[in-house]
Ligand binder design. Structure first.
Ligand code: ATP
Ligand code: MG
Length: 596
């Protein structure tokens, strides 16, 4: 390819709305252009890298026995009603109407479509296992699209879905994808590691995210250097001790705490109740179709020095549709304002506003974090502004309906496996493998005739890779002050030949064309920078775009019988023109990352 024939609009400065280095470099190197917030055009070089990443994904999916399909982006709403996600995913669903007024969704993912396909096409255990994948455009109405391709409204995802007859097979399918992902990200030349991930409302134990370490990532990963434990903070647990039990105090006692509405204030003079002897009471409203109100209050208890983890809460209450209650709602439910709340004797609270009559007190949910189990000698709000209870023994005085892990792990806590201190680092989630079980196959009737003649739902798994996000994550990780440093495997062109004279009859240009022809014949992707520009401009641009190898040909050095080979991240070496091709081929071999 000739530079002048393609479009590489490099920029000296990045537009001001690009905040992180990879976003700036995507724009400066002329790989993408913004059409609207979260919506981008891929220019020729960006597209070339994208296609290379897709090709690696394809090869590894095929190797792992997944078969490629292509599903529609336009999806009928009925299947989303059937799975229940028309409601639970409504915030990210792009909704479109056709001219007859019929509503459609633009695919944010495709569990519903593939399960519908399986319901029609898979009938017998003899057809299983199967794993289908596609690489296609996805749409999500992200509230805050940002960082370029990292969180876009329209992006490219590889999604795969496995179907098995039973759990055991489903685990094998899961493992195959887990291993394929490692190979994919290694081959893309990006540092990556799997972490245990939240399984949210679908539940189950098996979910891993593949992470790329980066300060600008949106995920916190908890990890242990000693034993290798690693988990998304949404899921991570630690070996932190439970609250120490003390001698059971006398019965609970109300005491006045005028103006005290924070854990911190209560820990100071004159009360001096340490945060770890306080119970923090939070009120959330969760979606509840059965209730008269559409939402239902839930009380959550965590220790005063702990933080509630909303991802864990979602798993515990079985829905992602929830929010903190407003002060007004809290007052109606508990009769007091935030800062004076508690779960002791809530039914006896004297406030009798209308809503209290609507609450099903017999089934009122009070969730408590495991760390509070057995705790006594605790202090908590009395549901009366300006008053707290002390001597609270949680199991004696509070009707906890569910004990579960609800707290967020912090750095320095002992690892739950080996007790060494845990660390936390930021990372970008590039892929997700998830054992789904039968949630979708049951909802959408993807059943098969088992060997024993019974009909069973397929056991499913789903596996996603953010292809465009991966492209940007590679750049976020691999760059320097001059620009991108592409791993060999995913560079838009592997070699950039930079002739410093461009007249067709000049020996410099003739050698450039010869090397181009020879390397191309060897299957190498080459571009010649045939622009009529100063050497400095050409060198700067080739560093900015980040081609892994540059071959510089100048009149002076050629007269000395030399051309210059410059690996993007290595030292320049002068070589004879006739040895250049062999040198470059060796370099490519040496520098190509990952398993083959
Ligand atoms: P996130 O927590 O980052 O929103 P998610 O859990 O919603 O991700 P999945 O539904 O598991 O993501 O989608 C599979 C993959 O698609 C993710 O691992 C990520 O790499 C990518 N992805 C998800 N949302 C976006 C987006 N808005 N823009 C670009 N890539 C995305
Ligand atoms: Mg998301």
């Amino acid at each position: 390819m000739l530079w002048t024939k393609t479009l590489i609009p490099t920029l000296r400065e990045a537009p001001s709305d690009a905040e992180i280095v990879s976003h700036k470099l995507l724009l400066r190197a002329g790989l993408i252009r913004k059409l609207a917030g979260g919506v981008y055009t891929f220019l020729p070089l960006g597209l070339r890298s994208l296609r290379k990443i897709e090709q690696i994904i394809r090869e590894e999916m095929n190797r792992a026995d997944a078969v490629e399909v292509l599903m529609p982006a336009l999806q009928p709403t009925e299947i989303w009603e059937q799975s229940g996600r028309a409601e639970t995913a409504k915030d990210v669903l792009f909704k479109v109407k056709d001219s007859s007024g019929r509503q459609w969704f633009l695919s944010p993912t495709a569990e519903e479509v593939i399960t519908t396909l399986a319901a029609g096409e898979i009938n017998s255990y003899r057809q299983l296992p199967k794993n289908f994948y596609q690489i296609s455009v996805k749409f999500r109405d992200e509230i805050r699209p940002r960082f370029g391709l990292m969180r876009a409204k329209e992006f490219i995802m590889k999604d795969a879905y496995s179907f098995d007859t039973a759990d055991e097979g489903a685990m094998a399918s899961y493992k195959k994808m887990f291993d394929a992902y490692k190979r994919i990200f290694d081959r893309c030349g990006v540092q990556n590691f799997p972490v245990e991930a939240d399984t949210g409302v679908i539940g189950g134990k098996h979910s891993h995210e593949y992470m790329v370490p980066a300060e600008t990532g949106e995920n916190d990963v908890v990890f242990c250097e000693a034993c290798g434990y690693a988990a998304n903070v949404e899921k991570a647990t630690s070996g932190i001790p439970k609250t120490a039990a003390r001698e059971i105090g006398t019965a609970i006692e109300k005491f006045a705490t005028p103006g005290v509405v924070t854990i911190e204030a209560l820990s100071k003079e004159p009360y001096k109740v340490p945060a770890n002897r306080q119970i923090k009471t939070l009120v959330y409203m969760k979606a509840d179709r059965a209730s008269l109100l559409d939402t239902k209050p839930v009380l959550i208890l965590v220790r005063g020095d702990d933080q509630l983890n909303e991802a864990k809460l979602a798993g515990a209450i079985g829905t992602t549709v929830f929010r903190p209650a407003t002060p007004d709602e809290i007052r109606k439910v508990l009769g007091a304002s935030p800062g004076s709340l508690g779960a002791v004797n809530i039914k006896l609270n004297p406030t009798q506003e209308e809503i209290r009559g609507l609450i099903d007190w017999d089934n009122f949910e009070i969730l408590a974090d495991e760390r509070l189990r057995g705790a006594n000698d605790m202090t908590t709000g009395a549901n009366e502004d300006g008053f707290h209870f002390k001597n609270v023994s949680i199991e004696r005085d509070i009707t906890v309906t569910q004990w579960t892990d609800l707290r967020t792990v912090s750095a320095g806590e002992p690892c739950g496996k080996c007790a060494k201190p845990l660390k936390i680092r930021r990372a970008i989630e590039v892929g997700h493998v998830f054992k789904l079980g039968t949630k979708y196959s049951e909802a959408l009737n993807a059943t098969f005739l088992a060997e024993d003649g019974s009909r069973k739902p397929c056991v499913m798994g789903c596996y996603g890779i953010g292809v465009t996000r991966t492209l940007q994550a590679i750049i976020e990780q691999s760059n320097d002050k001059d620009g991108i440093i592409w791993p060999m495997s995913v560079a838009p062109y592997t070699v950039c030949i930079t002739p410093l004279a461009i007249a067709p009859e000049s020996p410099v240009m003739q050698l450039a064309e010869k090397l181009y022809a020879e390397l191309t014949a060897q299957g190498v992707d080459v571009i010649i920078d045939d622009r009529d520009e100063r050497p400095g401009v050409k060198f700067k641009d080739s560093e900015l775009v980040g081609f892994p190898i540059r071959i510089g040909i100048g009149e002076k050095s050629l007269a000395k019988g030399e051309v210059e080979i410059k690996p993007r991240a290595g030292a320049m070496l002068a070589t004879k023109p006739e040895e250049a091709v062999a040198k470059v081929l060796t370099l490519i071999k040496e520098l190509t990352p990952g398993a083959k």
